[in-house]
Design a protein. Structure first.
Lengths: 204, 204
DNA sequence: ATTGAAATTGAACAATGTTCATAAACATTG
DNA sequence: CAATGTTTATGAACATTGTTCAATTTCAAT
C-alpha cells in the first residue's frame, strides 16, 4: 500500500496527469486506462477516483494541458514576427498548428473527442482557454480592420481559424483526398489565407 | 431460436443496419451495442458477427448511409439552382450542411469518430464516396475558373469545403465562442464564402 | 430417412469504468 | 505515550462492453 505521505493531493494529481500523458504518447488514447495509470504510478485504481471524479474529468485536465501547449506555440515569435508581413505570420501560424496536430496527434485528437466535448459541467475555464487561442490570429488581423471594426475582426479571426482547423482535421483524419502530391495541407492553408485576406481587402 | 429462413443474409444485414440507425436516433451513438441490436431484431449477439466482422465494420456501413444522405442533400436542386447565383447556391449548400449536422447530429458525429476513421482496410470505396461530396461545390465554382484551371478549382473546392466543415464542427461541438447572438454559424459561413470568392476573383 | 452444410446461439472471456466497505496511515488530543 | 478521529488508499466486486467459438438447430440435398 502506498504511503499516504508519499505525495500531497496536488502532487498526486500532477503525477497522474503526467503518467497519463506518457501512456498516451506510447499507446495512444485507447491505451489510457485507469488500471494502467494506477499500476504505473504504484497506486490502486480506486485512488484515481479520489482525485478525479471520473475518467472524463481526467481527460479534461489533459486537454487543458494540450491547450496550454497550443497557445504557447501560436503565441511564439516564429509566427508573430513584427519583421514579417502579417500574411507570412499567419501562414507560419497555420503551418505550426498543422505541425502540432501531426506530431502530437493523440493529444490533438483528444481535443475533439465526443465524450470530452459533451462535458459541459465546469465548461467555464475551459471555454475561456479555447477562446484564448484566437487572440494571436486576431492580432495579426489588425492591419486589415479599423479600430471600430473590432467585432468584424473577431469574426474574421474565428472564421479563418475554423477554416485552417477544418483543413487540418480533414487532412489528419484522412478524410480529404489531396489533389496531387505537390498540394500538401500547409500549401492549401496558404492558398486559403492568401485568398481570404485578398477578399477582406476587397470588401473595404 | 430465430429460423434460418426468416431472412436472407442480405436482408439480415439491412435489418441490422436499420435497427442500428433507429437505436442511434433514440439513444445516440453511445447507446448502440451489439446486444441491444440483437435483442431488438430477435437474434443473438453472435449473429451480428456472422454478418459484420466487427462493430467497427458496422459503423463503417452506417457512415456509408450517412454519406449517401449527405450527398443527396448537397446535390439537391435547392443548392444547385441555375436561376440563383453561384454564391447563393454555395451559401445554401453550407446552410444545408449545417442543418444536416444539427438535425442528424449523432450520425454526423460518427463520421469523425476516431476508431471508425482509422479503419483503413477497405478504405477504397469509402474514400471515393467522401470524394464525391466535393463535386457539387466543384460545379458551383466553375464560373470562377477557366477550363484549364481544373486542378485549381478542385483545390479551391476542397479548401472551401474544409472551411465550411471546420466552422460547422467547431460550432456543433461547442468549441467556438460565437461573438454575438446575431452572428450564427450560417452567417459566418456566408461571410466566409463572400470573402473567399471575392479573393478568388481578385487573384485572376 | 440420412447426411452434411450453413446459420444461430449463448455461455464464456477479457477488459473497461466505477463504487464502496475495509483497512491502513496519519493527525490530534488527553 | 495511548487513544481516538479523520483522511487516504485499497482492491474485490459490479455492471457493461466487444468478441469468440463449440454446441445446437435449421434446412437442403441425397
Amino acid at each position: 500500500m502506498a504511503r499516504r505521505s508519499d505525495h500531497t493531493r496536488e502532487e498526486l494529481k500532477i503525477l497522474i496527469i503526467e503518467e497519463s500523458w506518457n501512456i498516451i504518447e506510447k499507446h495512444g488514447f485507447e491505451g489510457l486506462t485507469a488500471r494502467r495509470i494506477a499500476k504505473n504510478i504504484g497506486y490502486a485504481p480506486g485512488t484515481i477516483y479520489n482525485l478525479f471524479s471520473s475518467m472524463d474529468d481526467l481527460y479534461l485536465q489533459l486537454n487543458s494541458k494540450t491547450l496550454d501547449l497550443l497557445l504557447a506555440i501560436l503565441s511564439s515569435p516564429k509566427c508573430n514576427d513584427p519583421k514579417k508581413t502579417p500574411i507570412k505570420n499567419m501562414k507560419a501560424m497555420a503551418h505550426r498548428y498543422m505541425e502540432f496536430a501531426k506530431e502530437h496527434r493523440p493529444y490533438w485528437l483528444m481535443l475533439f473527442n465526443l465524450k470530452v466535448t459533451e462535458n459541459r459541467t465546469d465548461a467555464g475555464w475551459y471555454h475561456e482557454k479555447v477562446d484564448q487561442l484566437f487572440t494571436p490570429l486576431e492580432k495579426l488581423l489588425e492591419p486589415y480592420f479599423t479600430s471600430k471594426q473590432g467585432k468584424k475582426r473577431k469574426i474574421a479571426a474565428r472564421v479563418l481559424w475554423a477554416s485552417v482547423h477544418g483543413l487540418c482535421f480533414l487532412q489528419e483524419t484522412g478524410k480529404i483526398t489531396i489533389v496531387s502530391e505537390q498540394d500538401t495541407a500547409p500549401d492549401m492553408a496558404g492558398y486559403l489565407i492568401d485568398t481570404f485576406i485578398s477578399g477582406i481587402k476587397n470588401n473595404h
